[in-house]
Design a binder for this molecule. Structure first.
Ligand code: NDP
Length: 248
């Protein structure tokens, strides 16, 4: 039996690079049209749109700084002009800020909360009614939304909050729309590029991870596709940990 082609448009925030790009390509490969957003990486956005279109689906890239709530209404209007309905939203755009308690500034805290937590909430609120029946929202959290470390307070709070929002939204939007979450462990992307340059850190992560390796972006993308697939229509409000076992 051949694979069934999916239809509809999926919005992937931060789809120009890293995990978001892998998600965008994975979904495009399944037949979805994909709208990606980016903040400053316009070259990567152009390249990703090209790669998506080569998979014979529609794609466009929209620029938005999702940490700025004043930019969201204009973005929603622009998105709806060409996409009055959506099949799914993947809230992926995010930053990591890591610091000790005393060295975390108000700005550090507010920036990471605005982008990683407030933006997914605003997008869900503004776009939930545009998602078609059987559609989905998938939020990209982190294992640091489940386990804690006295480091990166804002990041951990944002990712834990996202798991809670996922559960509340799943209850509110059921049975029309499902809402799930993915919590990755250490995945090789730009977000940890600097840290990975330290050979001891690289080895430490491998040692701490029962599967003995860093995750790849495709490890996350495949799970997102599974969650969006309407065949999995009895799964909602769940957080899928994709971490090679590091949080065990
Ligand atoms: P990258 O740093 O590779 O990519 C970050 C993405 O977020 C880019 O597309 C970037 O766009 C976008 N972005 C950054 N700032 C803004 C902003 N102000 N407004 C809008 N978009 C913005 O990160 P990853 O791919 O690794 O991370 C993707 C998600 O996965 C994040 O939510 C992250 O927290 C989560 N995650 C990642 C893990 C990892 O180990 N990699 C582990 C656990 C969770 P632009 O290029 O234009 O700046």
């Amino acid at each position: 039996m051949g694979q069934i082609k999916q239809t509809g448009t999926v919005l992937v925030t931060g789809g120009n690079r890293g995990i978001g790009k892998a998600i965008a390509l994975q979904l495009a490969g399944s037949g979805y049209d994909v709208v990606i957003t980016y903040n400053s990486g316009s070259d990567e956005a152009e390249q990703t749109v090209k790669e998506i279109q080569e998979l014979h689906v529609q794609s466009e890239a929209l620029m938005i700084d999702l940490s700025r709530k004043d930019e969201i209404p204009g973005f929603i209007t622009q998105l709806k002009e060409s996409n009055p309905s959506l099949f799914a939203i993947v809230n992926n755009a995010g930053i990591y800020t890591g610091n000790t308690l005393s060295n975390t500034t108000n700005d550090d805290w507010e920036k990471v909360i605005s982008l990683n937590l407030s933006a997914p909430f605003y997008l869900a609120r503004e776009l939930a009614s545009s998602i078609v029946e059987g559609g989905s929202i998938v939020n990209i959290s982190s294992v640091y939304g489940l386990v804690t470390d006295p480091w990166g307070y804002g990041y951990q709070a944002s990712k834990a909050g996202l798991i809670h929002i996922t559960q509340a939204l799943a209850k509110e939007l059921a049975p029309r729309v499902r809402v799930n979450c993915v919590a990755p462990g250490y995945i090789r992307t730009d977000i940890n590029k600097e840290a990975r340059e330290n050979v001891n850190f690289r080895a430490k992560v491998e040692k701490m991870t029962p599967m003995g390796r860093w995750g790849e972006v495709e490890d996350v993308a495949r799970v997102v596709e599974f969650l969006i697939n309407p065949a999995n229509s009895f799964i909602t409000g769940q957080t899928f940990v994709v971490d090679g076992g590091i949080s065990l």
